[in-house]
Design a protein around this ligand. Structure first.
Ligand code: SIN
Length: 344
């Protein structure tokens, strides 16, 4: 039997399946329209507390985006590994469950062996050298080194030089004997602690405090802001500043998501990221100093600086590691990294 469709206006007869098809099409178009009007959602997952350079950067990014792209883009932040740890975050980024992450360099190993350059012990003389390298041709190209995996690097965010801690002063390689160091999932860090004579336990950042508390690991290395915000000095007395490596991040997104953003939105996001990055990296330097002082003021920690002779011993032991990773990282990148130690 024919079914009237809008019978009061157009006495058209269409069969039932066709009528449902038309209704479904109208509903679909309405949904698509409604979605087009909704702000684009950017979910930013990271593992540190809000009181770190990265936490501060994520909050500033959200605030700036929601002021300058109001109604067009909305940002949700998931700090302290509330949503994902770093390894999971990169997969979640690829699966479209989040749109931004800023893992430390060590976490990118499965996607780019070249990025290991940042963790080589004593390769960079200080933070300025790291920054000069990041601005060099090789440093800029590294942002695109994971494009074939669908990951796009947007910026370099800083934390600070790594500091090693234990419940005994770490001055000489023999001081590392029988210690179990928590490391990031990094072949470079593993080689570093092997050379120093310690065992290594790769572990997500989120679990480190508990592992220190339980004595599952008896050594760790991190930047001052992470040490302070997680209270690692509640469990370790001695903190050695050898200046051996720098904890930094790459702010990354899903390459496909980024390419499909409306041009005007993408350009504004790029401007915002540039401004926020400058602020994050300035804040990182200030925070490293302030958090170091706070740890000292807690009276729970002693900071150890090495003598020139001790440092020389560490360097002699650790710099041969560069050669081991040269074929993975690439000679050209290593050369540019070394050159960055010369102030220009
Ligand atoms: C971070 O600062 O994002 C964590 C670094 C770590 O895993 O130790």
């Amino acid at each position: 039997m024919p079914v009237p469709f809008c019978s009061d206006m157009h006495p058209v007869s269409i069969n039932r399946p066709l009528r449902w098809f038309v209704v479904a099409c109208v509903l679909f178009l309405l949904t698509v329209n409604a979605r087009a009007d909704e702000p684009i959602l950017i979910r930013f997952s990271h593992v540190t507390s809000e009181a770190t350079p990265k936490g501060h950067g994520a909050a500033l990014f959200k605030k700036t985006v929601e002021e300058r792209l109001a109604g067009k883009v909305r940002v949700e932040i998931y700090p302290r590994a509330l949503k994902y740890n770093d390894d999971q975050a990169l997969l979640a980024l690829l699966f479209g469950d989040i749109e931004l992450a800023a893992p430390s360099f060590a976490k990118f190993r499965s996607f780019s062996r070249q990025i290991q350059v940042f963790d080589l012990p004593f390769l960079f003389s200080d933070v300025d050298a790291v920054k000069r390298f990041q601005r060099s041709e090789a440093g800029v190209e590294l942002l695109d080194s994971m494009l074939s995996h669908g990951i796009k690097g947007l910026a370099y965010w800083d934390n600070g030089m790594r500091v090693m801690s234990a419940n005994r002063p770490l001055r000489k390689p023999q001081d590392f004997k029988r210690l179990r160091f928590r490391i990031e999932p990094s072949a470079v860090m593993q080689a570093q602690y092997r050379a120093l004579g310690a065992a290594t336990v790769p572990m997500p950042f989120k679990q480190v405090r508990e592992a220190l508390k339980m004595g599952l690991v008896t050594g760790q290395e991190n930047a001052w802001s992470n040490i302070r915000s997680k209270g690692f000095h509640d469990f370790h007395r001695y903190f050695t500043e050898a200046g051996h490596s720098f904890l930094g991040y790459m702010l990354v997104t899903n390459a496909d998501f980024w390419a499909k953003l409306p041009d005007q939105v993408r350009t504004e996001l790029e401007n915002i990221i540039q401004e926020v990055t400058a602020e994050v990296n300035k804040n990182a330097r200030d925070k490293a100093k302030a958090d170091r002082q706070r740890v000292i003021d807690s009276k729970k920690a002693d900071v150890i600086t090495l003598t020139d002779a001790e440092l020389e011993e560490w360097r002699t032991l650790l710099t041969p590691i560069w050669k081991k990773f040269e074929s993975q990282i690439g000679t050209e990148i290593l050369e540019q990294a070394t050159l960055a130690n010369q102030a220009r």
